[in-house]
Design a protein. Structure first.
Length: 369
């Protein structure tokens, strides 16, 4: 039996594109044109390509009947339990059965997923609901939503237990590390105002992806943008005495954490290709529901150990937390809850993150299934 390659690529953007997208995320309406242009002109990924192998009889069978069409998916972060459905669908040949050769790409910058898809340099990406709304509404970035992956927030405020930070009020006078995304800035603002304080009562420090390192080194007092299913159990596993509080209990909305996005041009010109990806992804997720341990092992077998090593115990805990948030009895995987999107958009408008009402209907991609 032949081996099917799972190709991982590390993306890079031009400095101009990264800066312009950051301006878009921060809601600077005057930067709309430059953001779109930057996304369109963003450099193609310069991949330090690392290839792992995963067996798939279905992929072999389909490939023998004709060439597969390349499909690139940009992750929100390095691969972890939430992405198991993608790796499962690759391993078991579900994408290949649809005629797709899926390439998994890792982000070099926190905004890569939305920038690359908007520029047409990736077919789809994984990104965050509040950022999608603000970027599309304020900057007219040509992005579309395909479906929700995680239906509720995973975001927490985490700190060392010795710091005695147990609620938002305890953040007064503290330095808060965050991954440079505008939603986290406004979550802190909302929490402070909810508790009768001001955003000026804290200092925000952009630490990129180095959330855990910044916290345990003492460079920051707390971090936001950390996930209850990952950073928290990871530090616990390493023996650090950490604690956290839930931001939705402190004045932040119950938003959708992770969303599958694409670009307007892909919807116009390659809707069938996107529909194939969605169908195969749903098959992969059903397998994850039926056999979470087995599908997690597929992810672990295909991890990039040199650059993004995973801890099996942490990922098992993560999977337990994730599955009820990815689908339940009332909501299927990769569906779009317009009410949730409208509620989040209303909160963003109230907070001044977006400068006009969001057109949620226009954001939703019309993809025949």
């Amino acid at each position: 039996m032949k081996k099917r390659n799972i190709v991982h690529s590390a993306l890079s953007l031009s400095l101009t594109a990264a800066l312009c997208l950051s301006m878009a995320a921060c809601g600077n309406s005057s930067a709309g044109t430059s953001t779109t242009e930057a996304a369109s002109n963003a450099s193609e990924s310069t991949a330090e390509t690392q290839t792992d192998t995963a067996s798939s009889e279905a992929a072999e069978s389909t490939a023998s009947n004709g060439d597969l069409e390349d499909f690139s998916i940009v992750l929100d972060w390095y691969p972890n339990a939430v992405h198991s459905f993608i790796y499962t669908a690759i391993e078991k040949g579900y994408y290949a059965e649809e005629g797709l050769n899926v390439h998994v790409q890792f982000p070099a910058n926190t905004n890569d997923a939305i920038t690359m898809t908007a520029a047409g340099q990736a077919d789809a990406g994984l990104y965050y609901q509040p950022n999608i709304i603000s970027t599309a509404t304020n900057q007219d970035v040509p992005v579309k939503i395909l479906g929700t992956i995680v239906q509720h927030p995973l975001n927490i405020v985490m700190s060392m237990k010795s710091s005695n930070i147990t609620c938002a009020k305890d953040l007064k006078g503290k330095i808060i590390g965050y991954p440079g995304t505008v939603d986290n800035e406004y979550f802190v603002k909302a929490m402070m105002e909810h508790n009768g304080l001001s955003y000026d009562d804290v200092t925000m420090q952009d630490v990129g992806f180095d959330l855990n390192t910044s916290l345990i080194s003492g460079n920051v007092d707390a971090v936001i943008g950390t996930y209850i299913n990952h950073e928290y159990p990871a530090l616990q596993k390493e023996g650090y005495d950490v604690t956290y509080f839930d931001i939705t209990k402190e004045g932040c909305p119950d938003y959708e954490e992770l969303v599958l996005v694409t670009g307007e041009n892909q919807v116009k010109n390659e809707s069938d290709k996107l529909a194939k990806f969605i169908r195969a992804s749903r098959k992969g997720f059903q397998d994850v529901l039926d056999d979470p341990q087995g599908c997690l092992q597929i992810l672990l077998n295909n991890q990039d150990k040199a650059n993004y090593p995973l801890d099996s115990e942490v990922e098992e805990k993560s999977m337990e937390i994730l599955l009820p948030l990815m689908a339940d009895n009332s909501t299927d995987f990769l569906t779009i809850n317009k009410e949730s999107w409208q509620n989040t958009a209303d909160w963003l408008l109230k907070m001044g993150i977006i400068t006009k009402a969001a057109d949620i209907d226009a954001l939703v991609a019309d993809i025949p299934q």
